[in-house]
Design a binder for this molecule. Structure first.
Ligand SMILES: Nc1nc2c(ncn2[C@@H]2O[C@H](COP(=O)(O)OP(=O)(O)OP(=O)(O)O)[C@@H](O)[C@H]2O)c(=O)[nH]1
Length: 374
C-alpha cells in the first residue's frame, strides 16, 4: 500500500469572476465541467491538453488539471493534482514485480483508494474554477477497462458534468477498416463509461477530417470506401463472413454516430479548439438531461443492492454466532459499523499542487518520489 505525501492546498486555482461567456464553466450555474481525455497511445492527448490549457489561460479561465498517467516522465503544463505525487510507478513495478501495464494499473488502483480526497478537493475548488481537465494513460485499456479507471471516472462524473474527449490520430485513421476499428473502440468506451462523448479528430494540420465527417453522415459513402479498400465490386468487404461482419458493424456504427459530436482540431496549431469548447457546452447540457438522471438511478439501485447484501451477511453472521457458541449468548453488535472493518488509510494521501510549481526535472521528481514510499 502506498503511503502518502502530505495534503497541500493551492491558493492559485482559476477564478471564475472574470471569466468570458465563451467558457463552458462561466456560462453555467453549478459545478464546472470535467473533460476526460482518452485516446490511443500517440494520438496527441498530452499535446491537446497543453493546447486547451493555453487556450483557457489566454481567456483568463485557467483550468484545474489532473494527471492520471503515472508513467509519464515529463508533463509540459502545470498540474493541480498529479498521480505521480501519490504513487511511484518505478517502485510499484519493482516491488510487485510487474511489467509496464501492470505497473500503471496498480498505480491507478492505489490512487483510486484516495479518490474521495480528490473529489473533496475538487468540491472545495468548484466555486472558483471554470473547468477540470483530466489526462489519462496512453495505455488506454489500463484506464478504460480497469476497475480503478471506472471508480475514478464515476467519482468525477457523480459530482461534475463530465465529458469524454476521445482523441483520434486522424492521419492514422484514413483507411476505412482502421476508421471502423477506432469507432468500435469509441463505441465500447461510450458503453463502458456511459458518459457523453466528443470525437476529437486531432492532427488535422497533417490530414483533414472531411473523410470522417462524410463517413459518419453518409452510410453509402463509407460502404463505397470499404469496397474500394477491399478492391472488389461484389459487395462490401469482399465475400464470406468478412463482408457480412463489416456490413453489420457499419450499420451498427451508423446508429452510434447519432450520439456523438465530431470536432476536427489540431493540437499543434490550435485550429478547432473553439469548436471543441462549444461541443463541451452542448455535451454538458446532455449530461444534465440524460446522463445524470440515469446515473442517479443506477447509483440508487447499487445502494439498495448493497444494503440488501449487507443485511443478508449480517443474518448469516448472527446465525454463525449462535451455532458456533453452543447456545451461549453473545453480546450483539449495536450497529452495522460495529462489525465492519474501518479503513484507517482512507483519509490521507492526495497532494494538491501549487499551480505555480515549476515543471519537474528528473532530479525534482526523484526527490519527490523519495518522500513517497510504496
Ligand atoms: N502534426 C501534428 N502532430 C501532433 C499533433 N498533436 C500531437 N502531435 C504529435 O503526436 C505525437 C504524440 O503526441 P502526444 O501528445 O505525446 O500523444 P499522447 O496521446 O499524449 O501520447 P501517450 O501519452 O504516450 O499515449 C507527438 O510527436 C506530437 O508532437 C497535431 O495536432 N498535429
Amino acid at each position: 500500500m502506498a503511503s502518502s505525501a502530505p495534503i497541500g492546498e493551492s491558493s492559485q486555482a482559476g477564478s471564475s469572476s472574470s471569466a468570458p461567456q465563451s467558457s463552458p464553466g462561466a456560462s453555467r450555474d453549478g459545478p464546472p465541467p470535467a473533460i476526460i481525455c482518452i485516446g490511443m497511445a500517440g494520438s496527441g492527448k498530452t499535446t491537446f491538453m497543453q493546447r486547451l490549457n493555453a487556450h483557457l489561460h489566454a481567456q483568463k479561465q485557467p483550468p484545474y488539471i489532473i494527471n492520471l498517467d503515472p508513467a509519464v516522465k515529463t508533463v509540459p503544463f502545470a498540474r493541480n493534482i498529479d498521480i505521480r505525487d501519490s504513487v511511484n510507478y518505478e517502485e510499484v513495478m519493482k516491488q510487485y514485480n510487474l511489467g509496464p501495464n501492470g505497473g500503471i494499473m496498480t498505480c491507478l488502483n492505489l490512487f483510486a483508494t484516495k479518490v474521495d480526497q480528490v473529489i473533496g478537493i475538487l468540491e472545495k475548488r468548484a466555486p472558483s474554477i471554470n473547468s477540470i481537465l483530466v489526462d489519462t494513460p496512453g495505455q488506454i485499456e489500463c484506464f478504460v477497462w480497469s476497475a480503478s479507471g471506472a471508480i475514478i471516472t464515476d467519482a468525477i462524473a457523480s459530482g461534475f458534468p463530465t465529458v469524454i474527449a476521445y482523441i483520434i490520430d486522424t492521419p492514422r485513421t484514413k483507411a476505412p477498416a482502421t476508421f471502423m476499428s477506432n469507432m468500435l473502440y469509441a463505441c465500447s468506451i461510450l458503453y463502458k463509461t456511459k458518459l457523453p462523448m466528443i470525437l476529437v479528430f486531432n492532427k488535422t494540420d497533417a490530414q483533414d477530417a472531411d473523410f470522417a465527417k462524410e463517413w459518419m453522415t453518409d452510410f453509402e459513402a463509407f460502404q463505397r470506401a470499404l469496397q474500394e479498400e477491399e478492391g472488389n465490386d461484389d459487395g462490401v468487404g469482399g465475400s464470406g463472413y468478412m463482408a457480412s461482419l463489416l456490413n453489420s458493424m457499419s450499420l451498427m456504427l451508423d446508429e452510434f454516430y447519432k450520439h456523438l459530436d465530431l470536432v476536427a482540431v489540431s493540437a499543434m496549431t490550435g485550429a478547432g479548439v473553439d469548436e471543441f469548447m462549444k461541443a463541451v457546452e452542448g455535451k454538458c447540457l446532455e449530461y444534465e438531461k440524460d446522463y445524470k438522471p440515469e446515473m442517479e438511478r443506477a447509483r440508487k439501485r447499487r445502494e439498495e443492492q448493497k444494503l440488501e447484501e449487507k443485511e443478508k451477511e449480517l443474518g448469516r453472521l448472527m446465525k454463525d454466532i449462535d451455532v458456533g457458541d453452543s447456545g451461549k449468548k453473545r453480546e450483539e453488535p449495536a450497529v452495522m459499523s460495529d462489525i465492519e472493518s474501518s479503513d484507517e488509510d482512507a483519509g490521507q494521501g492526495i497532494l494538491e499542487r501549487d499551480e505555480d510549481e515549476e515543471m519537474e526535472d528528473e532530479e525534482g521528481l526523484q526527490k519527490k518520489h523519495e518522500r513517497i514510499r510504496v
